[in-house]
Design a protein around this ligand. Structure first.
Ligand SMILES: [Zn+2]
Length: 250
């Protein structure tokens, strides 16, 4: 029972952070402050009342519409709150304690989630958030120097891949944003697991990328969501993937 209460607590805190992530996702790319002013309807400017601002529930209380002007509010808001809540629960389930490493790892994956959504919207990610994720990854475990070393290795490896692929394709391949995310992966996962995560991300990205190429040549597929998702999967199933690596490479 006590155990269940902790999970409910972690979930509720997670959805509240998700509510803040919505503000971050909306305001950072526009260069607006994430602290003030308080949330308001983007259509009529009416300040959002605290009980309408409740994570996940607020959207349903309002029926997905602004209480003042009835402009519809995207279902993306409660979905991101829900995903962040679930993310907090999974990370707590994995780490089994609420300590500084829970806070750092949760903040890190929440930042990667925000980066993913911004990349989907703008096909680019803000350096501020990207460097925040990288810095959090440095401190995601006790051996900070090792984490920094692994970040530098992954940044180097991806830069090299970028030079080769750009040369072969005769166009810019991979964004600078993706390279910083690779550094975050390196610091969090180490080099071996990062390479596995990169492989998984590329594998999942193949199908939507082929689809986009088939539909419209000019569209570019944002890669950060795939990197972030693969990073989370490999982080969660770390032991499994480490075993897999030793089975393949000894
Ligand atoms: Zn409104």
């Amino acid at each position: 029972m006590e155990n269940l209460l902790i999970y409910v607590f972690v979930f509720v805190i997670g959805t509240a952070i998700g509510s803040f992530l919505n503000v971050v996702i909306y305001r950072i790319p526009l260069g607006k402050s994430i602290i003030s002013p308080p949330s308001s309807c983007p259509n009529c400017g009416e300040k959002i009342k605290p009980w309408h601002n409740l994570p996940v529930l607020g959207w349903f209380i309002l029926g997905g519409k602004c209480a003042n002007c009835k402009e519809s509010i995207s279902i993306r808001y409660p979905i991101i709150e829900l995903i962040t809540g679930i993310l907090a629960v999974i990370i707590y389930y994995k780490l089994k304690s609420i300590d500084i490493f829970f806070v750092i790892n949760f903040a890190l994956f929440a930042t990667l989630l925000a980066l993913s959504v911004i990349d989907l919207d703008y096909k680019a990610v803000p350096d501020s958030l990207n460097l925040l994720a990288l810095t959090l990854a440095f401190f995601s475990s006790t051996d900070v120097l090792e984490n920094i070393k692994n970040a530098l290795l992954m940044i180097g490896i991806l830069s090299l891949v970028r030079y080769y692929v750009s040369y072969i394709l005769k166009r810019e391949a991979l964004g600078e944003g993706d390279i910083i995310v690779a550094g975050t992966m390196g610091a969090l996962l180490g080099v071996k697991l990062s390479l596995i995560a990169l492989f998984i991300a590329s594998l999942i990205a193949i199908f939507p990328s082929l689809y986009i190429r088939y539909k419209n040549k000019d569209l570019e597929l944002p890669f950060v969501p795939f990197l972030a998702f693969a990073t989370f999967i490999v982080w969660y199933f770390k032991d499994f993937f480490m075993n897999l690596w030793s089975v393949i490479y000894g």
